[in-house]
Design a protein around this ligand. Sequence first.
Ligand code: NAD
Length: 509
Amino acid sequence: MGSISERLRISKTLDGAGSGCFIKCTGPVINSISPVNGAVIGTTRSAGKKDYEKVTEKAFMAFKAWSLIPAPKRGDIVRQIGDAFRTHKKDLGELISMEVGKIRAEGEGEVQEMIDMADFATGQSRMLYGLSMHSERPDHRMYEQWHPLGPVGVITAFNFPMAVWAWNAMIALIAGNTVIWNPSSKAPLSAIAATKIAWDVLKRNDVPEGVLNLVIGSRKDIGENLLRDRRVPLISATGSVEMGRHIAKTVAERLGRSILELGGNNAVIVTPKADLETALRAILFGAVGTAGQRCTTTRRLIVHKDIAKKLTDALVKAYRKIRIGNPLDEHVLMGPLIDREAVNAMQKALKKIKEHKGRILYGGKVLSGGIYNTGTYVTPCICEVKHDTPVVMEETFAPLLYIIRYSTIEEAVKYHNAVPQGLSSGIFTNDLKEAEFFLSNRGSDCGIANVNIGTSGAEIGGAFGGEKDTGGGREAGSDAWKAYMRRQTCTVNWSGKLPLSQGITFGMD
Ligand code: NAD
């Protein structure tokens, strides 16, 4: 760790809040224990209520200046932030691996996502387009325009400790907003390192402090204040469904806006017309990648009964070969879970599966000995269950893949849509009718629907998010930027008269 922290200029003891430089924090200390080897890799003094107040006031004041900078100029600064991430890609990726246990390729992939977001946002900064409409009144011009909104609160989950912030922050910045980031207390170091790099760029551009703000701290001292703060018109929150329900209610109470990116329970349907080799590779990455701790992880495999045995046998064979261990070792494909609590949750789910007569086909063991003594390493698990087993309806944030057999494509889609969540989905088939049925409005009910691609690994160019219990929010590409701006409909009357809309006459003569 020594060398990465030196290169990223993060010391062993850090303060967890600031607006351009760190302030002396007054909250409790968080020890970052790496799930990889159990070592304390950093210590962060978290922010207390007063620190929150200081930071948020700065964000509120800085909004006034930042929102006056022309959007393409803001875009150019975001471009420079992306370049700074490029320079530090390897180190940031390694830090992610050490802090949350992702393999090196996925840690670096996460940093690449931040770079991609910065590039995307740079282009978008010149395309904050509004529509123009034909007015029903003569000599009137009608159009809409988009204004900056204000400070945006960004609450992030542990499993993408940098990228989720970037999805939000890069877009919020070009939109003219300032950002207050409240990251997961399970990954404070990643948040500090990414923020510091971005601060350096803002400083070089003589931007006032308060444009990008960080507040690491407890739900009670920070989270709840942020949710209730009327200075913050938008809260973008990523995390569990339970957290989302609380945030939706609390922010709505003050009529604030929220973007919710919550849990998934994603399935892949494999039909007899599929290329099984492609399906196998996608399922493997989707179910085992990030040790099953992605919101888009493949949790259910809905497979036609005639090919179920063949595909399941092939999967079990592939699972046996997966190297589990230090995520920085290039041969390792699966690192640890985030902590022992996550391991216990997986064990509880396995117990429920057995109680409901599910069959464990492979894995589900907690590993021990050597590096495994942290109690955070498990073998990924495949089990066969009925589609409506209660535990199948929940998101267990672990590498747990449920095999569900089907007979007709209609039945497959019915099983697919039977869970409360609706994030990502995929079908493997070379049959046009099956693929189009899955994409039709009678098909997948998810925010993301893929053909011959698994559920995991979305590109940033599309709008990312899901339906039902996943919360309905959209982030990243397409027109997701609109949620970060204030829409204004404008009508200009240059007729010299006052015709009213809907033909109303309101005579004064
Ligand atoms: P979590 O819900 O425990 O915490 C997420 C964040 O919310 C943390 O920063 C936490 O401190 C904060 N938080 C929790 N309760 C809060 C409250 N009452 N008020 C204010 N803040 C609160 O989730 P986690 O374990 O960190 O992450 C895993 C979950 O996140 C999974 O359900 C996963 O599917 C989901 N996730 C969703 C997406 C998506 O884009 N849909 C992306 C990544 C992760």
